[in-house]
Design a protein around this ligand. Structure first.
Ligand code: GLV
Length: 341
């Protein structure tokens, strides 16, 4: 990598970062954007409120590059105001918040941060699986509420859950995160079935059709990007074809699942639980029917939320941005067609 500062039209490149990362800076004792500030004319959004659409559009006027997060909706209209934009570097693996076609048409390079969050996200999928199968949230709440009384000190039939060992896990999607979940699941003694659109083979995973994954797995975990092909994949009919009593885990994207159909399948007792980190609309609205179901464990999109992983994501996003500004190929480009325009 060259050293910067990077120049555009004879001046230092202008970059706008949609998150000041103040909390991360406090945790680390250093500014995660230090490198970016030293190689570009960098301005940051410094409010704790996320920029809304109008704020995004206003902030992007005159910028050459954007460092964004997955809550920033970067659609064609936003790009239209940012006429000089050359690079959108997202601190995320998913890029469903960016209109990739519109970016490619405008010659804007879009980059993302796969790889560095694989283990962390796989750990959350396993954490959700264990939390649901062993009813950890319910048991914790009972202890705190004073329901752990002398009479209920140890009950032969209390908090009965499901064993992972000897059960079958079905993976829908066998990319890096799906594979990392498979490795962990094997250590727990689970038989692992898997389906992916690419048909890739993964050691220790029995590759079967999606229908078989759904019909045979005691636990199904989703590891797919949200695209036109995958949105709504887990609709009412897919959920109905899951094994009775099965559990659904989703750390991928909320819109893969028809949430109301999931509520119906859980309420009717067809599925026995779910562990969900992602939702069709985030944040989940108060009053959402999922909140009423004790068999569901809900977390607020924290798949990559460890200090180490978040800083690796920022560093990778900055490296991607730097490569793109210096005319090199970024490590991870989400719209490689942009180079053949
Ligand atoms: C998280 O969901 C990501 O896409 O990085």
């Amino acid at each position: 990598m060259t050293q910067g500062p990077y120049r555009v039209d004879g001046r230092t490149a202008r970059v706008w970062a949609s998150d000041a990362m103040a909390g991360l800076a406090r945790r680390l004792g250093r500014d995660p954007l230090q490198r970016l500030r030293s190689i570009t004319d960098c301005s940051v959004w410094d409010s704790t409120r996320r920029p809304d659409r109008e704020a995004l559009r206003a902030a992007l006027v005159g910028q050459d590059a954007l460092l964004c997060v997955l809550t920033d909706q970067i659609d064609a209209a936003v790009m239209e105001t940012a006429r000089g934009l050359r690079v959108i570097s997202s601190i995320s693996v998913g890029v469903d918040h960016i209109d990739l076609d519109a970016a490619t048409q405008r010659g804007i390079i879009v980059t993302n941060t796969p790889g560095v969050l694989v283990e962390t996200t796989a750990e959350l999928a396993i954490a959700l699986l264990l939390t649901v199968t062993r009813r950890v949230v319910e048991a914790d709440a009972d202890v705190r509420r004073g329901h752990w009384t002398p009479e209920a000190r140890w009950q032969i039939d209390g908090y009965l859950g499901k064993d992972l060992a000897g059960s079958t896990l079905g993976l829908v999607g066998l990319g890096a995160i799906g594979q990392a979940v498979a490795a962990r699941a094997q250590a727990f003694g689970l038989r692992v079935l898997g389906w992916s659109r690419s048909g890739r083979k993964v050691p220790g995973v029995e590759r079967v059709s999606l229908d078989r994954v759904l019909a045979e797995a005691d636990f199904v975990s989703l590891h797919l990007a949200s695209t036109d092909e995958t949105r709504g994949l887990m609709d009412a009919s897919a959920l109905q074809s899951m094994k009775p009593g099965a559990i659904l885990i989703n750390t991928a994207r909320g819109d893969l699942v028809d949430e109301l159909a999931l509520v119906d399948a859980l309420s009717a007792g067809h599925l026995s639980g779910a562990g969900l980190d992602v939702f069709a609309q985030e944040p989940l609205s108060q009053g959402h029917p999922l909140l009423t179901l004790p068999s569901v464990v809900l977390t607020p999109h924290i798949g990559s939320a460890t200090e180490g992983t978040r800083i690796r994501m920022v560093d990778l996003a900055v490296a991607n941005l730097e490569a793109a500004l210096s005319g090199q190929n970024p490590l991870h480009c989400a719209n490689p067609d942009v180079f053949s325009r």
